[in-house]
Design a protein. Structure first.
Length: 268
């Protein structure tokens, strides 16, 4: 038995941009250790594994070193693979995940993620984290529940673009992933995302971070509809909307590679 595998650039209009994710559709769940080893072998920020559940799907995400509770770009990549390669025809894909039911809707060439918003509370700016980032933030916030990330706010887009983090120092300074953000010059806000604890120094485009970013900027800018850009080397753009307790993020994806995992792996 061969296991299909796809590599998809998410939040990207063309290959070599956006955030690459591996997608592996399975008939049933393989042992967790094997899923983690496959993700480690792929060596991408996330590998998404999905298993049918009636007309819906169970979905899990693994970095090279750990399973995570929520991932935006790999969810977009999974939906793209279902539509482009696996014959899925519905207007909406439903994924059952550790973060609850997630929906992805298709409209023309765009896919829209329907994710829960992350409510944050202010905390004191940690000067040790700022030193590792290379510049002092004006504000810091942390999710009120199940925190994985901290959010550091800066004054200008150039502040974000100019950060050159010391990742060893950042890993020592905090146990959290770090989102940095500022108002954008040609969009509503920009961001970057650093996750050295997950063996991801900088993530190219991070959908899950926008679950916190969109509510923050919606309140600050008094707008429910926002255009965002992540200022990684690959870059990525997101059209975002806040509605009640949900964050909607729209983007496109493109398939870079299609293949199979060797049969002996499937038999382990």
């Amino acid at each position: 038995m061969k296991l299909p595998i796809f590599q998809v650039d998410a939040f990207a209009d063309d290959v070599f941009t956006g955030n690459p994710a591996a997608v592996m559709p399975l008939e049933h769940w393989l042992p967790d250790e094997l899923l983690q080893n496959i993700a480690m072998e792929n060596n991408l920020s996330e590998t998404a594994f999905l298993v049918p559940k009636g007309d819906e799907f169970e979905l899990r995400w693994f970095t090279p070193v750990a399973e995570v509770r929520l991932c935006g770009h790999a969810t977009l990549a999974a939906a793209h693979t279902l539509y482009e390669d696996l014959g899925y025809e519905g207007d909406e894909v439903r994924f059952h995940t550790q973060s609850g039911l997630l929906r992805v809707r298709r409209s023309d060439s765009q896919l829209t993620l329907d994710f829960p918003q992350t409510r944050c509370r202010p905390i004191e700016v940690d000067l040790g984290v700022c030193a590792a980032l290379g510049a002092t933030a004006s504000e810091a916030l942390i999710p009120a529940e199940n925190p994985r990330d901290i959010l550091y706010v800066y004054e200008f887009e150039d502040d974000i673009a100019g950060l050159r983090p010391d990742f060893a120092a950042l890993k020592a300074a905090t146990e959290f992933c770090v989102i940095v953000t500022a108002p954008g010059n040609e969009c509503d806000f920009v961001s970057r995302f650093f996750a050295p604890h997950f063996s991801i120094d900088e993530d190219p485009v991070t959908g899950s971070a926008h679950c916190a970013l969109v509510p923050y900027w919606a309140r600050r800018l008094n707008s429910q509809n926002l255009k965002a850009r992540q200022l990684s080397a690959r870059g990525g753009q997101l059209d975002c909307r806040l509605h009640e307790d949900r964050v909607f993020m729209s983007g496109t994806a493109t398939t870079f590679m299609r293949g199979h995992v060797v049969p002996s792996i499937a038999q382990r």
